[in-house]
Design a protein around this ligand. Structure first.
Ligand SMILES: Nc1ncnc2c1ncn2[C@@H]1O[C@H](COP(=O)(O)OP(=O)(O)OP(=O)(O)O)[C@@H](O)[C@H]1O
Ligand SMILES: [Mg+2]
Length: 657
């Protein structure tokens, strides 16, 4: 079952450093440090492997010199040479063993970081509030949790190799200095140029990496929306239009990716080729020294081997710079999610709500949706117009100082309050119908009871407690909301119904399904309760889905049940049966019915009419019909009826008499 599986999930051993001013690697360090052993084994193995690698040219140089001396002296005894061969074999074997240990433990470390980061993100996404999801595209979040984490994992898989090779560089250079100082210095003459181009490369590639990652997210978002919204796309025969949207985004991604490759193509060969110049110089100068008899042939060969050994670190510098910039950009995107503070959290001294009677009270509640608008194109928040992807050129001038501005992307715009001083008390066990024109704030009331959002001012109370002082988990298990567009998981019907109570028995599941009038249907399916529904429950009809969702909430036996248009797709007779069953099932429970149907409204003890974000009037349906002409008007205007389009004012008036 979905939830019980989650309980067994592997929990991360550390979190990222909370200080946002630190560099990305420093912030990630606690995750790395949690696997210190792997790191120590890896680095030790790497260092030993490095030592063996650096020793080889010295041994070979020595062997050549001995062979040369022996040849000149006419000595053909191989004694010393054979000993050196054995040394070389031993060095080779040691290198194999230690570099295997080095690679194994560091790759393992990289994958551990990868999976912990993933878990941290998913865990954090679970904590984030509705307000975050209101303004976030799922494709963007998914790409942050996948491709961005992957680019960090790649960095960690290879960065240690690059670090070791930089160390190789230092060791080799030190050895070269001990052999012949001027010759060693000649090999280094291209270093300043390498440094200069390296820095330029970095400045170009960071913004490009950031844009590439963001555009990958954009494409993922479009694909995600198309796959999820495929029914709408097809019904409007809008495939071509969608493909155009996707291909435009893909083109923008291609531009960013090509620009990155172009930058790499320009800088990498340069950074790699520069050291080869030193190879030529060493041969020239070293050859001259050898002819002059100032160095031996063995020394020159060893030197040459060292210069070749220096090539790999240079090549890796290019890689490290590209991948490092990519990982830095990705880390920034991941930290954006992890740094997002959940808007709704438990207060420090939050109370559990063990024994709930179900009294709901709104006291002068004002509420505005926290709407945050992202700048026109969230995914391309780079303050340079030349980066908008229409251009096929690299546009490098603006890139070289194209600092990425990831923080100024969000600007908050005030919206008008949805609720303006709502006062409402619902007694324990009472059934109240909320009525009002579309968009007047009925669903918002439901969301505030479960504290999906916090009010601007005023208080929402459950059993007299301000909901902000209650533990979220206990509050939400007491308040059950059935939405009009239920979301089912691709699991069996039984698992879907038992989602909130994984430990429920099959009998309890059946009882809930029976009350929701879906048991008979499920029973007739070949696999019954074990039938796996398609993604989001699309293999069921709208009304069947709504009833499964209702059963899911009923099983939790909430103290306050809110049906937000929850039976809109169920026909009137079945709805009546549901309500009859509910009376039995939820005896004494507070129920809030939000509906556009007269039959539903009539079931309520009291009808509450909302207008302009306030409670306009309340009373029984009959009372309101008799006393408030605007009530009948609203019912007509909102089309509240048993069958769509049938209700008229006269009908309603007749019903009233
Ligand atoms: N997540 C949101 N972010 C921003 N504004 C929202 C959000 N949800 C709703 N609104 C706005 O708040 C207002 C009230 O919405 P609400 O969903 O409460 O209406 P409703 O009365 O349930 O309407 P309906 O009968 O159509 O379901 C609407 O104007 C809507 O545009
Ligand atoms: Mg609504």
């Amino acid at each position: 079952m979905l939830r019980s599986k989650n309980k067994l999930a592997y929990m991360p051993q550390a979190r990222i450093h909370p200080d946002r001013s630190l560099g990305w690697l420093r912030r990630l360090w606690p995750l790395v440090a949690a696997h210190r052993l792997l790191l120590v084994i890896g680095i030790t193995g790497g260092l030993i492997a490095l030592g063996t690698q650096v020793a080889v040219p010295a041994v070979i140089g020595r062997a050549i010199d001995i062979a040369g001396d022996n040849f000149l002296a006419g000595d053909d005894s191989p004694g010393e040479l054979i000993r050196l061969v054995w040394v070389l074999v031993a060095l080779g074997v040691a290198r194999f063993i230690f570099s295997a240990a080095f690679r194994y433990s560091l790759f393992k470390l990289a994958f551990r970081i990868d999976s912990e980061l993933r878990t941290l993100i998913y865990e954090h996404l679970g904590k984030l509030s509705f307000s975050y999801y209101d303004r976030t595209q799922s494709g963007d979040v998914i790409s942050r949790a996948n491709s961005d984490i992957r680019s960090i994992q790649i960095f960690f898989s290879f960065a240690p190799i690059a670090v070791i090779s930089v160390l190789t560089f230092i060791f080799a250079f030190t050895l070269m200095l001990t052999i012949h100082v001027p010759l060693a210095l000649v090999t280094m003459c291209t270093m300043p140029a390498v440094h200069y181009f390296g820095m330029r490369f970095r400045r170009t590639v960071f913004p490009l990496s950031w844009i590439t990652q963001a555009r990958m997210a954009e494409v993922a978002g479009i694909v995600d929306e198309n796959v999820n919204g495929t029914r709408v796309v097809k019904s409007f025969a809008a495939e071509k239009q969608q493909i155009r949207v996707l291909s435009k985004a893909a083109q923008r991604l291609r531009w960013a990716a090509t620009a990155t490759v172009e930058a790499r193509a320009r800088f990498n060969p340069l950074i790699e080729a520069l050291p080869r110049i030193s190879l030529v110089l060493v041969l020239l100068y070293g050859g001259w020294l050898a002819i002059e008899g100032q160095v031996s042939i063995g020394t020159l060969v060893a030197f040459n081997a060292y210069v070749i050994m220096l090539q790999l670190p240079f090549r890796l510098i290019g890689f490290l710079l590209t991948q490092g910039q990519r990982a830095a950009a990705s880390a920034k995107r991941i930290y954006e999610v992890l740094d997002e503070e959940p808007a709704i959290v438990d207060a420090e001294d939050a109370l559990p709500l063990d024994d709930c009677h179900g009294e709901v009270r709104f006291e002068n509640v004002w509420f505005t949706y926290p709407r945050e608008w992202t700048s026109e194109d969230t995914k391309n928040t780079v303050n340079s117009n030349s980066l908008n992807g229409d251009s096929d050129t690299l546009g490098n001038n603006s890139l070289s100082n194209g600092e990425v501005d990831v923080n100024s992307a969000v600007n908050i715009r005030e919206t008008t309050p949805v609720l303006r001083g709502v006062d409402l008390t619902i007694q324990p066990g009472e059934t109240v119908a909320l009525v009002g024109v579309t968009g007047c704030g009925k669903s918002t009331i439901a969301r505030l009871v479960a504290r999906f959002y916090d009010v601007d001012s005023g208080v929402v109370r459950l059993d007299g407690h301000d909901v902000r002082n209650l533990q979220l988990e206990s509050l939400r298990s007491r308040v059950g909301i059935v939405f009009d567009e239920p979301f089912l998981f691709s699991e069996s019907l039984a698992d879907n119904i038992a989602y909130g109570c994984p430990e429920a028995t099959r009998d309890e599941v059946i009882a809930a399904a029976t009350a929701a009038q879906i048991h008979e249907f499920i029973n007739e399916l070949p696999d019954g309760y074990d039938t796996v529904v398609g993604e989001r429950g699309y293999t069921l009809s709208g009304g069947q889905r709504q009833r499964v969702a209702l059963a899911r909430v009923l099983l939790e036996r909430p103290s306050v049940l809110i049906l937000d248009d929850a039976t809109s797709a169920v026909d009137v007779h079945v709805e009546a049966a549901i309500h009859a069953a509910l009376h039995e099932h939820l005896q004494g429970r507070t129920t809030i019915l939000i509906s556009h149907r007269l039959s539903t409204i009539e079931l309520a003890d009291r009808v509450v009419l909302m207008r302009d974000g306030k409670i306009a009037t309340q009373g029984t349906h009959a009372e309101l019909m008799a006393t408030d002409p605007s009530y009948a008007q609203i019912l007509t205007d909102t089309g509240i009826t048993d069958e769509p389009g049938v209700a008229t004012r006269t009908d309603l008036a007749r019903e009233n008499h």
